[in-house]
Ligand binder design. Structure first.
Ligand code: ADP
Ligand code: MG
Length: 321
């Protein structure tokens, strides 16, 4: 089990990570979600031992790792810019970590082949990395991280460079793979869909702090504050009277103005497969905007139209600012 106790990192007076406490159970897949600059990469680097002046303690099964160098922690890391050796073949790339551990050549090759097969790349051993597609390179980088059989695998925005369809496919495969390998995984992303698809448990980070942690379904259904709600795409508003509430775009509806509820002007409209996402700038609320999901079987309003906004479902979720 991985444990962080009050881990903090300060760069040039900027607190990138603030007294983070965290544990990751054996075999657990933890997704870490947060906007750019929220401290996600810093947390992974601190766990890996790559931040020399991190404060606090990182433990594995209770043992303090402070004096254990990165390559002896038994942790695997995969970054978006995976820095494969472009002119070497796939097998040599995947065997890299094992060679560093000074295993005999035959063992290195054997374990590298096993790792390649796990990621669906058997048969690519002798191909040069420069001749692979982006998605194939990503799989090779994953095989390289898995080959030394780490007890913890950390992935930092690994699919940023891939197109959406490929990413969705890979995320599904990864969940199955990690479950079968029974290793702990910390997966960092700013993409909600990826984070939710992979997670047993989800963390949301903001400003170097964990602002919410829990079962992904609970986090999705009950964001704990206004930041998390907005980050997950909810409206946070008091435009309907009463206290501040978080309400999802699909729980709002637009109509001709004049009925109850606030009115405003449609400023954007985008087609999103099963709905139009419409942004309404409210007339008398300091340009506050509401996002409304209009089902595709309803005629959507045009940009520039004046509309009324009503709550269609529920009452919204009372929320702290
Ligand atoms: P994320 O991965 O969530 O985008 P980071 O962990 O990379 O966030 O960064 C957290 C904060 O620390 C940001 O404000 C960033 O600018 C700052 N930061 C990250 N790395 C360094 C560094 N090497 N030197 C100075 N500041 C850094
Ligand atoms: Mg990052």
């Amino acid at each position: 089990m991985l444990t962080l106790e009050h881990v903090s990192v300060t760069y040039d007076g900027v607190d990138a990570l603030r007294a983070v406490d965290l544990s990751v159970a054996d075999g657990e897949i933890l997704s870490v979600l947060g906007p750019s600059g929220s401290g996600k990469s810093t947390m992974l680097r601190a766990i890996a031992g790559l931040v020399p002046d991190a404060r606090g303690v990182v433990r594995w099964n209770g043992d303090d790792l402070t004096r254990v160098p990165p390559h002896r922690r038994g942790f695997g890391l995969m970054f978006q810019d995976h820095t494969l050796f472009p002119h070497r073949d796939v097998l040599a790339n995947v065997g890299f970590g094992l060679r560093m551990q000074r295993h005999p050549r035959a063992v290195v090759d054997q374990r590298a082949r096993v790792a390649l097969a796990r990621v669906g790349m058997a048969g690519f051993e002798r191909r040069r990395v420069a001749e692979l597609s982006g998605g194939e390179q990503q799989r090779v980088a994953l095989a390289r991280a898995l080959a030394p059989e780490p007890r913890l695998l950390m992935l930092d925005e690994p699919f940023g460079a891939l197109d959406r369809e490929r990413r969705e496919h890979l995320v599904g495969e990864l969940r199955a793979l990690f479950t079968s390998l029974d290793i702990s995984v910390v997966f960092v992303t700013h993409d909600h869909d990826e984070a939710f698809a992979l997670a047993d448990r989800l963390l949301v980070m903001h400003g170097g702090v964990i602002v919410q942690a829990g079962d992904p379904i609970d986090v999705w259904a009950r964001p704990s504050n206004a930041f998390v709600a907005r980050f997950l795409g909810w409206n946070v508003t008091s435009a309907f009277g009463g206290p501040l509430v978080a309400i999802r775009p699909e729980d709002l509806t637009v109509s001709a103005p004049g009925e109850h509820g606030p009115t405003g002007v449609v400023v954007t409209r985008t087609f999103r497969r099963d709905h139009h996402l419409v942004t309404v700038r409210l007339d008398d609320r300091d340009a506050d905007e509401l996002r409304v999901a209009v089902p595709v079987d309803h005629p959507p309003p045009d940009i520039g139209d004046t509309v009324g906004v009503q709550i269609a479902n529920g009452r919204g979720l009372r929320i702290d600012p």
